[in-house]
Every structure is written in C-alpha cells, then in structure tokens.
Design a binder for this molecule. Structure first.
Ligand SMILES: [Zn+2]
Length: 91
C-alpha cells in the first residue's frame, strides 16, 4: 500500500470527474432567438394590385412607383419596368 499513490490516483479520478461534470454542465449560451419573423411585420395585410399583371401583392413587398402624381405598386421590378415602357410608348 502506497498512500501517495492512492492520493495521486484519487486526485486524478477527482480531476477526471470534474472534467466530465464540467463538460456536461457546460452552460448553454444559446440565445433564445425569438422567432422574429420579418415577413410578419405590419403592413403585410394591405394588398395592392399590380397594374401590369394584376397580381395582388403585400404593399410592404411591392415595388413602389410614383408616376404622374399617381402611386403604383408592382409585384416585381420587371412589372415596374414594363409599366414604364408601356407608358413611354404612348408618348
Ligand atoms: Zn407583376
């Protein structure tokens, strides 16, 4: 029996135990990211009609155009461009 050896072994076991517990106890720093839906922001309920393809689009997502003191909303920039082209053709 070697008391020093036993003490060392005990120490090692203790360290090992602490490491295991420490690893398991590792605090979860995961921030509780609230489901902050950007798409669910206010204004989504307001639908506007695209004058080109007649699609209803949420105003917040629509492509806004001010033309001849009138406000137009488009589903995409493509429709906006088409609208301007068609308007321009009339001149
Ligand atoms: Zn469109």
């Amino acid at each position: 029996m070697n008391p020093v050896r036993l003490a060392l072994l005990g120490g090692l076991l203790y360290i090992a135990y602490r490491l295991l517990v420490g690893a398991g106890k590792k605090k979860r720093t995961e921030e509780q990211t609230a489901p902050s839906d950007l798409s669910s922001s206010k204004g989504m309920d307001i639908l506007v009609e695209d004058p080109v393809c007649h699609t209803l689009v949420p105003r917040e997502q629509a492509c806004f155009l001010r033309h001849n003191n009138q406000s137009y909303y488009f589903c995409s920039d493509t429709c906006c461009q088409r609208f301007l082209t068609e308007k321009g053709d009339k001149n």
